[in-house]
Design a protein around this ligand. Structure first.
Ligand code: UGA
Length: 441
């Protein structure tokens, strides 16, 4: 690595904290990770990773001599030059971000005046930085630098995103902190964007809200395609070739989920509302995304006549492939709605953590796709796990009561499925139906 080896304390051993810790250790820094959950720290010390994130376990293992895990905040900062705050900031009842965990860390830093800088990586409302600065001053850390360094890592590819980022955003008022953070990231191939703290905080919210808007644009276009006979995947491919627009995040589906887009788009909307401004475009994005899984249920109901006492198999539960994360997964809305319509639910997912809360406690979970679809009246592909592209759909058809497949991620070939006898519904494309014996469509 090109920069100096530094000592970093990372507060929060969640997705962001662990990826940050692993990648900084990989860059040669010494990292102490502090979390308040004893079980999490016990697992990490034992070499287990409490979350599913490709490459993370290997990277933590490879760099274990540079990683320490602790419950003790004082131990975490004892040797540290930089303290990274990577705790979660869940929404409150009013849609604001709950910053209590951030304040708890600042409180725990009281007296750590040897630190060169405190950095917030957690997603926070714009303006939080100046409050953190005031809290640091009040805690006797007025000589300690402060920066916002938002993360842009997507779950499932977080390690890669961290080490090969599109940009590294460093928001700080002082040169020394900017230089320190630039040095800390030495060895990472990505442009550094230096700016003020408030702008850095806003970059994070604006990026996620714009990505959510892009997805929602294609989802609304898909609805128009369904009504007019166009094929949204062809449209997205050609629209995406315009280099000003790009093909990324133009996959129509059951709506975005996860811990970031729903939360951050609501947070930006709430932040705007708190200033008396209604962010109208985001209002629409949020509403359309809420509708997206409900529309799918409505379309299934129209195809089957009723959903009452129908057996429906949900294939994939996590909010996207490559993660075990169920937060704000569209599958949960689908499952609740289907149950409310009187359906019986089965489900399959390769890694989703078993959920014992509603609606999943009312669904039969199966270890294979074949078992999940047996006697089903319809199967819904909810998460585009690669395993689902390998399924022998012809064999699956014989297990089902009705050969109806709703491809909620436009991941399979509807014509090929129709050839093996399926009615294949999808998002923004015509429903493909098997040829009748007479040869008519
Ligand atoms: C997202 C951003 O992509 C990251 O840059 C950001 O750092 C992260 O949030 C965060 O704020 O921490 P993530 O939520 O892990 O990452 O997942 P994405 O891959 O962005 O997918 C989000 C949702 O959008 C998923 O439900 C996915 O199925 C959906 N999606 C994505 C679509 O429906 N269509 C698309 O074309 C792309």
């Amino acid at each position: 690595m090109a920069g100096s080896s530094r000592s970093v304390a990372v507060f929060g051993a969640g997705y962001i904290g662990l990826v940050t810790a692993a990648c900084f250790a990989q860059l040669g820094h010494r990292v102490t990770v502090r979390d308040i959950q004893p079980e999490r720290i016990r697992l990490l010390r034992a070499g287990d990773v409490p979350i599913y994130e490709p490459g993370l376990g290997d990277m933590l293992a490879q760099n274990k001599e540079r990683l320490v895990y602790t419950l003790d905040a004082a131990e975490a900062v004892a040797e540290a030059e930089v303290a990274y705050i990577c705790v979660d900031t869940p929404p409150t009842a009013s849609g604001d971000a709950d910053l209590s965990r951030v304040w708890a860390v600042i409180d725990a830093l009281r007296g750590a005046s040897h630190l060169a800088a405190v950095v917030v990586k957690s997603t926070v409302p714009v303006g939080t930085g100046s409050r953190v600065r005031a809290a640091l001053d009040e805690a006797g850390l007025e000589r300690v630098g402060y920066a916002s360094n938002p993360e842009f890592t997507a779950e499932g590819r977080a390690v890669e995103d961290f080490l090969r980022p599109d940009r590294i955003v460093i928001g700080t008022a002082d040169e020394a902190t900017a230089a320190l953070l630039t040095d800390l990231h030495a060895g990472i191939d990505g442009p550094v964007q230096r700016m003020d703290v408030a702008s850095a905080e806003m970059v994070k919210l604006a990026s996620n809200a714009l990505l959510a808007t892009k997805i929602t644009f294609i989802n609304e276009s898909a609805t128009v395609c369904e009504a007019t006979g166009a094929d949204v995947t062809r449209v997205a491919d050609a629209v995406g070739l315009d280099h000003r627009l790009g093909r990324h995040f133009l996959n129509a589906g059951l709506g975005y989920g996860g811990s970031c887009f729903p939360k951050d788009s609501r947070a930006l909307r709430a932040m705007a509302s708190n200033t008396g401004y209604s962010f109208q475009l985001l209002n629409a994005v949020i509403e359309v995304n809420d509708l997206q899984p409900r529309r799918a249920v409505q379309r299934l109901k129209a195809e089957l006549g009723t959903l009452n006492q129908r057996r429906i198999a949900l294939l994939g539960m996590t909010f996207k492939p490559g993660t075990d994360d169920m937060r704000e997964a569209p599958s949960t809305v689908l499952a609740s709605r289907l149950l409310a319509e009187g359906a019986t639910l089965t489900c399959w997912d390769p890694v989703a953590r078993p959920a014992d809360a509603a609606p999943w406690n009312a669904a039969e979970r199966h270890p294979t796709v074949a078992e999940a679809v047996t006697h089903a009246d319809a199967a819904v592909l909810v998460t585009e796990w690669p395993e689902l592209r390998e399924v022998d759909w012809e064999a699956v058809r014989d297990l089902m009561r009705t050969p109806l497949l709703f491809d909620g991620r436009n991941t399979l070939d509807p014509a090929a499925l129709a050839r093996v006898g399926f009615i294949c519904m999808s998002v923004g494309r015509a429903t493909a139906r098997p040829r009748r014996a007479s040869g008519s469509e």
